[in-house]
Structures are given as structure tokens and as C-alpha cells.
Write a new protein. Structure first.
Lengths: 250, 199
């Protein structure tokens, strides 16, 4: 089943390498000069793609490493945390695009984190009743969504201009990027660590277990290799572009 | 209230080594690997985290003991603990602005990052919810967990310094090689895993 995770890795790498084109032009999509007219659908789509790939919060910007590392032992845990994070990020992007510029600077981080905690608390209660076992094994990392730093970082970079729709798309893109990273990592670690996927034993892997993959050290190594694959794809892409640019000049 | 020395010494060992914040609990803050490249800033940052987590543990213990438990409001813990940390951060920032504006200009950007990260809130949660202790035990655990964070930071920063003179594959440059270093250190700390400490 190692091939399975390998495939997924390559898929991520391919998606990553597809991102390079989106980086350049999409940069303009959020420029405040365009504030007069609404952003077009293709610009929003580019923004979404950029958030998932070129500016992936976990694999590229190295935010929220702690929950990704700790929770990604099984796919169920990963999916729960990805869902909660996605919901919180979308809600927070709405809130922070509305109020960010109206709060004094020294209160910004505190107030935004408090609002995030206010969103997280009912979601924690909901997941505690809906899926008590999974919520228990995710444990303290459910409430820690409130401080995972993704929405603070994107609020700093983005919400100076207060247009709602791009902010929401950006928040969703960050959430999906987080989900992509944690789901990839948890699939790899669950398959390697216990021979199961989503709590079911995979065919032919009844007695397989490499429990090192489930330990903290295994998580660190797995994430390191995942990020290395992503970086490899990006560097390959850049090298190719430089080569083709050089040929054009000749 | 008693202060048995044995309890405090076992909390010291447990918080720094057996349950090291970064290598065992994986509660590295977002800036852990970024600041590892500039040890001076990083050390200030880690020290700030230690101070913050000590005060936050005290505040969260009081809130938990006298508000959440008696009124049956344990489900509000995430919000209450974040509220404690946020209050601390705002008070610290206001004090800095009022009394040490020069220091605030230098460290002002660091403050929110120090207060709102997985390390601080995570330690507070482990400290208060998973293993009930007395007030001084909880505060001391918070302080020692902060020391554990500083230890982890210094180990990683030293390793990153050595890595500057080595030549890893380009794909592993930067974050991946730092993560692998942390992974190796985490394997070393796995040696402490089976130590049973009574407290």
C-alpha cells in the first residue's frame, strides 16, 4: 500500500507544480487598485488555487505545524480537524474583513483570537456529541484551532482592504490547503502505521504495523519528506522556467 | 497547602524532559523553526513564551477552579482560557506602550505571536485539564514546560547553526531539514517515554 501514499504524494507534487503559473498573475488579483470594480470569477478562482497550492498554509508557509503533526495519526482525526479548521477560517475571514481596520492595533490579535475561540467552542461541543471517540483522540487540538495562526497571518496580509468576497475565498483556500496537507499526511501515517485506512483494515495488510509512523518522530519525518517533495517540484518548475527564459533571450 | 519537594522535583523532570513541549507533545509554535535561524531573537521569544505560559497557567487555574468547575461550565474552557491569555497579552502590551515605548517598538510585533500560539494554549490545556494539580503545582508546571520549550529551542538552534556548514539536498533545504533534525531529537526524547514519575 506504500504505492498508494506515493501516488498521493505525486498528486500533491503535480498540483504544486501546476501552481507556479497561478502565482504571478494572481498576485494582481488582490491588489487594492482594482477595488473599484468587483473581482472577476477567474481572479477568484486563481486566488482559491493559489491558497491551496502556491501559498499552502502548511506545506509552503509552515503555519499550524503542531496540529498537523499531532493529529494526523488517523484519517478520521485528520478529517475532523480539517473540517473544523475550514469552518473557522471561513467564518474568521468574514469577521476580520469586516472589522480588521476598525480595531486599534494593540487589540487586533487578541480580539480576533477571542472571536475565533468563540466560534471554536460550539464546534468542539458539536464534535464531542457527534463523534465522541474521534473528538477525544483529537483532544486539545480541537480548541487549539483558535490559535493556529493561519487566520492571523492572512488577516495581516489581506484584510487591509475590506472586500468581503475575496477575503472569504482566501479564507476557504487556506482552509482547503490545510485540509489537503493534513489529509495527505494522515493517509500516509495511518496506512504505514497500522495498515488501516479510515479505521478499516486494508486488504493484504492484516498484520502490518510500523508503529514508528504514529509516534511524534514519525510525524516529523513524514511531514519533512512531504515538504521536501513539494520543494523539489517547485525547484524543478523554476529551473525549467529559467531555462526556457534563457532560450528566449538567445 | 503543602509543598512537598519530591512533587516539585518530579514536576520539573516531567515538564522539561518526559513531556517536552516541542519534541514529545509537538506543540511547536508557528515561529519555532523560523526563529531558530536567529538565536538571539528566538531566545527572547522563547523566554517570553515561558513568562506568558507561567502567568496563563496561574490565571487559567483560578478560572477553572472558581468559575468553570463550580458552575458546571467546563465546555466553555477553550473560550475562557483564550480570554485569560488575551487579557494578559493586552495588559502586557498596554504596559509596554505606557512605560517602555522603545522596547515596545522592538518587541511589539513579537507579543501577539508569543501569546497566541499552540505552545501556550496547549500547555495550559494539558496543565489544567488532563492532570489536576494544586495551584502552585500548576504554576510550576507551566514555568517548567516553558523551560522545556527553551531547551528544545536551544537544541534546534544549535543544530541549525551546524546545518549552515553542511550541504543537504536542495529539496530538503530550509524547513524539511529542520523538521528532520527535530524528528531525530524527538527520537532521543522517546527514551524518556517509559519513565514513570509519580506526582
Amino acid at each position: 500500500m506504500n504505492e498508494n501514499s506515493g501516488d498521493l504524494n505525486e498528486k500533491a507534487a503535480l498540483e504544486e507544480s501546476a501552481q507556479a503559473e497561478a502565482t504571478g498573475p494572481a498576485e494582481g488579483a488582490v491588489s487594492p487598485q482594482a477595488a473599484g470594480e468587483g473581482p472577476t470569477a477567474s481572479e477568484l478562482l486563481a486566488l482559491l488555487r493559489r491558497g491551496i497550492t502556491a501559498r499552502n498554509p502548511v506545506l509552503v508557509r509552515a503555519l499550524a505545524l503542531a496540529p498537523v503533526l499531532f493529529v494526523s495519526t488517523t484519517l478520521k482525526n485528520g478529517l475532523l480537524l480539517a473540517g473544523v479548521t475550514l469552518i473557522v477560517l471561513i467564518l474568521m475571514s468574514i469577521v476580520s474583513s469586516l472589522i480588521y481596520t476598525r480595531i486599534p492595533a494593540y487589540l487586533r490579535a487578541a480580539l480576533l483570537t477571542l472571536i475565533a475561540a468563540a466560534f471554536v467552542t460550539p464546534l468542539c461541543m458539536l464534535s464531542n456529541t457527534a463523534a465522541p471517540n474521534v473528538a477525544a483522540s483529537v483532544g486539545i487540538f480541537l480548541p487549539l484551532v483558535a490559535v493556529n495562526g493561519i487566520f492571523l497571518s492572512r488577516a495581516e496580509h489581506f484584510d487591509g482592504d475590506a472586500r468581503l468576497l475575496p477575503a472569504v475565498i482566501d479564507g476557504a483556500a487556506n482552509g482547503l490547503g490545510f485540509a489537503l496537507a493534513i489529509i495527505l499526511l494522515s493517509v500516509i501515517r495511518e496506512v504505514l502505521g497500522s495498515g488501516m485506512l479510515y479505521g478499516r483494515v486494508l486488504p493484504g495488510m492484516q498484520n502490518f504495523s510500523f508503529s514508528f509512523a504514529l509516534m511524534p518522530a514519525g510525524g516529523l519525518f513524514a511531514l519533512a519528506f512531504l515538504i521536501a517533495i513539494v520543494q523539489f517540484a517547485r525547484q524543478n518548475r523554476q529551473r525549467k522556467e529559467q531555462k526556457s527564459a534563457g532560450r528566449d533571450r538567445d | 497547602m503543602q509543598f512537598p519537594a519530591s512533587e516539585f522535583s518530579s514536576i520539573l523532570i516531567a515538564a522539561i524532559f518526559v513531556q517536552n513541549v516541542v519534541f514529545v507533545m509537538l506543540l511547536c509554535s508557528n515561529n519555532f523553526f523560523k526563529t531558530a535561524k536567529s538565536p538571539a531573537t528566538g531566545l527572547i521569544y522563547s523566554a517570553c513564551i515561558t513568562v506568558c505560559v507561567t502567568f496563563a497557567s496561574a490565571g487559567a487555574w483560578l478560572v477553572n477552579r472558581y468559575l468553570l468547575v463550580p458552575f458546571g461550565l467546563k465546555f466553555l474552557a477553550p473560550f475562557a482560557f483564550v480570554l485569560v491569555i488575551a487579557l494578559l497579552e493586552v495588559v502586557a502590551e498596554l504596559l509596554l506602550i505606557r512605560f517602555a515605548p522603545a522596547l515596545h517598538r522592538r518587541l511589539g510585533r513579537l507579543l501577539p505571536a508569543t501569546a497566541f500560539n499552540c505552545a501556550v494554549l496547549g500547555i495550559v490545556f494539558y496543565n489544567i485539564q488532563t492532570s489536576p494539580r494544586g495551584f502552585f503545582g500548576a504554576v510550576f508546571y507551566g514555568f517548567c514546560a516553558g523551560l522545556g520549550y527553551i531547551l528544545a529551542f536551544m537544541i534546534t538552534a544549535a543544530a541549525m547553526k551546524k546545518l549552515e556548514y553542511s550541504n543537504p539536498p536542495t529539496a530538503f533545504g530550509g524547513l524539511p531539514i529542520a523538521l528532520i533534525t527535530a524528528g531525530i531529537m524527538s527520537m532521543a526524547f522517546m527514551g524518556f517515554m517509559n519513565i514513570q514519575i509519580l506526582y
